[in-house]
Write a protein that binds this ligand. Sequence first.
Ligand code: 3NM
Ligand code: MG
Length: 519
Amino acid sequence: MSKPAVDYSLYLVTDTGLNHPSRTLVQSVEDSILGGVTLVQLREKELDTEAFIALAREVQVVTRKHNVPLLINDNIEVALAIDAEGAHVGQDDVSCVEARRLLGPNKILGISTGTPEEAKKALADGADYIGIGTCFMTQTKSPKRTLGPIGVRTILEVIPADAPLKTVVIGGIKHDNTRRVIAHSAGSNGRILDGIAVVTGIVGAVDAKLASEQLLSEFKAGFDMASQRLQGKVAPAASVEEVLKSFPRLLTTLREKSPLTHHISNYVAMNDTANATLALGGSPIMAPSASEAEDLSKVVSSVVLNIGTLTESFVECMLEAGKHANAQAKPVVLDPVGAGATTLRAATTRRILNAMHVDIIKGNAGEISTIAGIIGCQSESIAMRGVDSIGSGFTDPSAVVRAVAKRENCVVAMTGVVDYVSDGVRTVAIENGHPYQGRITGSGCMIASSIASFAAISPKDHFAAAVAGILALNLAGEHAGARDDVRGPGTFRAAFIDEIANLNPEQLLTEAKVRTVAL
Ligand code: 3NM
Ligand code: MG
C-alpha cells in the first residue's frame, strides 16, 4: 500500500483530559470529522500501550468509516499494532529517522518543530510534515516562548517552496485567530501553512462539528488572503498624484465628521496628543483601561497604540483594543516609542504585531529599525545603519520603509528630518516640517494621532492617511516656526497647536513637498 494523500487543512489532535464532558472522545472525533476535520492525531500521554491500542482501535472505526487518516502520537508500537496511517513525534520522543525506519516508507510521519533548525532537520530526516509551534499560549502546553505568526513565518521561510514537506501550525489556534495566523505567517518564499492543528478549540468545544466548520472556513479564508497577497493580486491603489489631490477634501471631511480616536497614549504626550487631535478637527478619547476597550471599539473610528511610559496595564489594554478594532475593521496605528530601548518595549512591540493586524506603523529610524529586526526583515540598508551616519542613519531609508511595509502588509511611516511613507508599493518622501518639532516632546506622538484621525476618514487607503497625517502637522510646524511670537520650544508648542487648527485645507496641496521615491 502506498502512502495515502493527506489534506492537512484541519488537523484534530485529541486530548481526553480536555474533551468536553457531554460526549466521549470517539464522539468528538466523529463530530469533528462531520464538521470538516481532514486528519486526526490520537494523542494520549497518560495511557499505557495496551489501553492506548484499545482506544486507538475505537477511534479507527470512525476515521476509517469517513476515510480520514489517523496518526498516533509518539508511540510507534501503537501505530504499527493498529496499522494506523502514520505517527507524530516530538523533539524529545523517538527520533524522526528511527520513527521512519520503524514505520517504513509508506506511513505518514510528522514532527513538532519550534525553530528553523529543527524544521531543516525534519526535512532532511524525511518527515512528511512538521507541526510548527507553539504559536500562542495555551492551557495544553506551557512553552517558555511562543512563536506568533512572525515566528511561524521565520520557520516557513527556511523550507524551500518546492520541498515536499508540509506544514501545520499548533498552539492556541482558535476560530478568531486562524485567518490572521495563516495570512500573516505566509513567507516571502511563497510558503503558506498547509493547515492548522487544534486540540481545545475542537475537543473542548460545546459543539465539535460547528467548531470544526468555523475553523476550516477561517483556514480557507486565511489561505486565500495569503495566496492573493503573495501573487500580488491586490486591488490597484490610487497613484501618489491622485492621493495628494485628495488631501484638501480629506481634511475638510475630517473637520466635518470629527472622528473619534481611541488613544492608549503615554503619560508624557497624552495632553498634547489630545489637543493636537482636537485642533486638527478630530475627537480624542484617552482610555487606558482594558475593560472598556470592547465598548469603545464600537464607537471609535480609529485607535492609536503608543508604547511610551509602558506599564503592564497599558499592554493589556492595547492587546484588547487591537483585537476589537480588528474585529470591527477600525484602523490601528502603532507608535512603538523607544521600541529598541528596553527588552520590555521590544517584547511588547513583538506581542502587538503578533496579536493583531496593525494598519499603520509610525516610528523614527531607530524604532523602525527595531521592528525590522523583530519581523526578520533583511535588508542591506538596515544592516548598514551606523552610529556615525547622518540623517535617518539608513543608507537608503525608503528601501527600509518599503521592505518593512511589504513584509508586515501594512503602511510604514518613518519620521525624521525627511519623513518616508510606504505601503510596500507606493513610497514617498516628505520634506516639510520645522526643526522645533524635534525640540518639543510628543511631536511624534501627535503625528500618530493625526495619522489616526485621517485613517478614520480614509479607511480604504491608509497610505493616503499616513502621508496626509504627517503633512498636516509638518505644515503646521512650518507655520508656527515662522511666527514672530515664537521664540523657542515653549512658545512653539502653543503656536503649533494654533497652527494645526488654522490649517487651510488647500495648503495641503500648495505647500506640500512630497516626492515619489521610485524603486
Ligand atoms: N503541541 P491547543 S502545542 C499538542 O507546540 C501540542 O508542539 C504543541 O493545544 C507544540 O490547540 C500543543 O488546545 C497543544 O492550544 C495545542
Ligand atoms: Mg507537539
